[in-house]
Design a binder for this molecule. Structure first.
Ligand code: F6P
Length: 546
């Protein structure tokens, strides 16, 4: 593949960046009275206003040229077509098949995988219904009223964040807990709140080899058996989701209680698979299906819309502009909706585990920036904390605001205040406040001129900070599905431009391997010979204390 920095569009963008840096967005809005209208787009219940970005028509056009020159159309078609685009693991990337409502087959190695997808969905539906209509009960015949979902990474964040975001859609009478961390405090804390007679444990692990998940499940099983039930009762209270059905059965799960998933689904893209079982249990299967429907419609938009009207492509290319040409190293997500508060953490794994890499598909080290740091938290809390840095530091930080126009059980005063904060912050970031304006405000004060000038300098807000505004009519399951799929595709587009494999995660492996060795050293089953002095010292101190 041609080197990214040698592509004509990249060279053009390098020329445009210093020109754009000279302009303030305030002037752009003054010059273009219909800028907001021009740069606003609707798709699948989401409105994107990207007018508050430091871009001109020339910049956008060069960005779309860059996407073309990097073979984005082919990449999209390869992903949906089941090509093994995860090259280091020789795997297809087909999470989109899990929400394929087109009625068309999806072929993998010559075989249609849709029957397998439908069969698993059908099992999820039946299982969900059997819990809800109390056909499937606990070992004493009582209805299940608590779900404890055990999994980590993609087997945790997807189900947790979706469930949390859709709280207004929860079925009454069912509580859900998510346990990920191997820190025993968490599982103990959850177990102390649950009744073994009425609790269902869902163990989610694509590989069925993740230390945290295996240990938390063992601890849960141990606790369960100590409460009185027999070994045979485990089948009523423990189910698993995995690609590795054999390992799950060997672990003690009944085969009927293992929900399969395909190896062609990446961990951080897996909430659409049986990994979504806790979602279906909490909000009901019909709502889960609506979530899939929203994602499907976003897939169709992504495949069909020209790049200039394509929401994931626009967001991705704006991100490239800031990361590679305007000096940004991070990107903040700012949901103004309490239930969506976990969304930054979800996109953090999705984006950073996918594009936090510096080796290209053909094995070269990149000479340009790749995946940014993703962070953020819910509005308005962030306003009273880190927004100061976004407004007045010298680090450029592009942000995505998110706001549902309507919320369930809306309290008008609260919602109006929330809206005014969200829109007001986007406005303040864009327009800022000049030194002259600040000085003007101080004209009536008694301060000496030098102090006025000093104070005005401190109060000056440069503005010109870019933001996208994402509005939802309301954040129902369908819109949430579309929103998540939109960020998934943004990641694909950026990975394509940067020439990365967005679907492996070798970076997490070494830590896992060394962690296992350290565990053996702590347990006294491995010698400390050859271990660096600092690590050896830590292990000895720990062993001595415990
Ligand atoms: O942390 C690496 C990772 O492989 C993630 O990509 C994945 O979501 C997580 O571990 C959990 O893996 P599993 O579902 O196989 O337990």
């Amino acid at each position: 593949m041609e080197r990214l920095r040698k592509s004509p569009a990249w060279t053009e963008l390098e020329k445009l960046a210093p020109l754009v840096k000279r302009h303030h967005m305030r002037d752009m809005f003054n010059r273009e009275p219909s800028r907001a209208k021009k740069y606003t787009l609707d798709a699948v219940g989401i409105t994107l206003d990207y007018s508050k970005n430091r871009v001109t028509e020339d910049v956008l056009s060069a960005l779309f040229d860059l996407a073309n020159q990097r073979g984005l159309k082919q990449k999209i078609s390869d992903m949906f077509g089941g090509e093994a685009i995860n090259t280091t693991e020789q795997r297809a990337v087909l999470h989109t098949a899990l929400r394929n409502f087109s009625g068309q087959p999806v072929h993998l190695d010559g075989e249609d995988i849709m029957p397998e997808v439908h069969a698993t969905l059908e099992r999820m539906k039946r299982f969900t219904q059997s819990i809800h209509n109390k056909e499937h009960t606990g070992y004493t015949g009582k209805a299940i009223d608590t779900v404890v979902s055990i999994g980590i990474g993609g087997s945790f964040l997807g189900p947790k964040i979706v469930t949390e975001s859709l709280k207004p859609y929860w079925r009454g009478g069912l509580k859900v807990h998510f346990v990920a961390n191997v820190d025993g405090c968490h599982i103990q804390d959850v177990l102390s709140q649950t009744n073994p007679e009425t609790t269902l444990f869902v163990m989610s692990s694509k590989s069925f080899s993740t230390q945290e998940t295996l240990q938390n499940t063992l601890s849960a099983k141990d606790w369960f058996l100590k409460q009185g039930p027999s070994q045979a009762d485990i089948a009523k209270h423990f189910v698993a989701v995995s690609t590795n059905v054999k390992a799950a059965v060997e672990f003690g799960m009944s085969k009927d209680n293992v929900f399969p998933m395909g190896h062609w689904v990446g961990g951080r893209y897996s909430l659409w698979s049986a990994i979504g079982l806790p979602i279906s249990l909490t909000i009901g299967f019909d709502h889960f299906k609506a979530l899939l429907q929203g994602a499907y419609e976003m897939d169709e938009h992504f495949k069909a819309a020209p790049f200039e009207k394509n929401m994931p492509v626009i967001l991705a290319m704006l991100g490239i502009w800031y990361r590679n040409f305007m000096g940004a190293q991070s990107h903040a997500l700012l949901p103004y909706y309490h239930y969506l508060r976990g969304f930054p953490a979800y996109v953090q794994q999705l984006d950073m585990e996918s594009n936090g890499k510096s080796t290209t598909l053909d094995g070269r080290t990149v000479d340009y920036g790749t995946g940014p740091i993703i962070w953020g938290s819910e509005g308005t809390n962030g306003q009273h904390s880190f927004y100061q840095l976004i407004h007045q530091s010298n680090m450029p930080i592009p942000v995505d605001f998110m706001f549902p126009l309507k919320v369930p059980n809306q309290n008008e005063t609260h919602h109006n205040m929330l809206a005014s904060n969200c829109f007001g912050q986007a406005q303040a970031l864009m327009q800022g406040k000049s030194f002259e304006e600040c000085l003007d405000d101080l004209q009536g004060s008694e301060l000496p001129e030098a102090e006025k000038s000093n104070l005005a300098a401190h109060k000056t807000m440069p503005g010109n900070h870019p933001s996208n505004m994402l509005l939802f009519e309301q954040l129902d399951p369908k819109t949430l599905g579309a929103l998540i799929a939109m960020y998934e595709h943004k990641v694909l587009v950026q990975g394509c431009v940067w020439g990365l494999n967005s679907f492996d995660q070798w970076g997490v492996e070494l830590g896992k391997v060394l962690g296992n060795d350290v565990y053996d050293m702590i347990e006294g089953e491995m010698s400390l010979d050859g271990v660096d002095e600092s690590t050896a010292q830590l292990i000895k101190r720990f062993v001595k204390t415990t």
